[in-house]
Design a protein around this ligand. Sequence first.
Ligand SMILES: [Ca+2]
Length: 80
Amino acid sequence: MKPRYVAAWVTLAVAFLAIETLALLDRDPGGDTLSELIWEIVAIPVLWWVAAGFLFWLSIHFLFRGRFDDPRDWFRDRDN
Ligand SMILES: [Ca+2]
């Protein structure tokens, strides 16, 4: 692990928690939590497909530990 990047990711996570908490405590309805923001963005059909594609890639990326990130590896014979 690289400490600078770990610190940056932890800072991002803490900032996310702070923003999300403020948004949840804000009683004005709609458009302030991350979910509500994303739902407003993906209401545009082309952006829904972009988000779906990104989430599909992200799922494969995490589940297979990045094994399929490089398309050149998809058809490479692993026995050689
Ligand atoms: Ca709110």
